[in-house]
Design a binder for this molecule. Structure first.
Ligand code: FE
Length: 173
């Protein structure tokens, strides 16, 4: 082993470079590309008792999120909200929707063409009004958000019809 071979790793370390990058033999496979990171991270479910939710939420938030209630159209905080930002779950703070995907549905409820990350919003069959609809839930706390319809604009053709009371808007994010 020459003096150069023995010295280079030390020089590499001193220069702040990765020793492994210098020392790894050619047969070691390269690190996997960042494409792996495009898979959404699994959402860890949180559960609280009804008493805890009642303590944490306003009566209106509790009614929508925990009792699958629906706020009256044109009465919520966000149907006419046009600022840029992110809408998070009012129950647990999970990021749910982005202002870029919000559109004016004329329904009086905040409406989006898609979730910020697909697995942050879950679908559930809802037959409560004598018809079959698709209810939407927060993937982390299970809170009821609203319903999904297939009459939305491009690019998805979907309308995520969401109660303002289920959301907290974080401007500028
Ligand atoms: Fe939540």
């Amino acid at each position: 082993m020459s003096i150069l071979t023995r010295t280079l790793p030390i020089l590499a370390l001193a220069a702040g470079t990765t020793f492994a990058a210098y020392a790894a033999p050619a047969s070691v496979p390269a690190a996997r590309p960042a494409a792996v990171a495009s898979q959404p991270a699994p959402v860890k479910r949180i559960r609280k008792s009804d008493a805890e939710w009642k303590r944490l939420l306003t009566p209106e938030q509790y009614h929508v999120l925990r009792e699958a209630g629906t706020e009256t159209a044109f009465t919520g905080k966000y149907w006419n909200e046009h600022r840029r930002g992110v809408y998070v779950c009012a129950g647990c703070g999970l990021e749910l929707f982005r202002s870029d995907d919000k559109f004016d549905s004329k329904t009086g409820w905040p409406s989006f063409t898609r979730a910020i990350v697909a697995n942050h919003v879950m679908n559930r069959e809802d037959t409560s009004l004598g018809e079959t609809r698709t209810a939407l839930q927060c993937a982390r706390c299970g809170g009821h958000l609203g319903h999904l319809f297939d009459d939305g604009p491009p690019p998805t053709g979907l309308r995520f019809c969401i109660n303002s009371a289920a959301l907290t808007f974080v401007p500028g994010k």
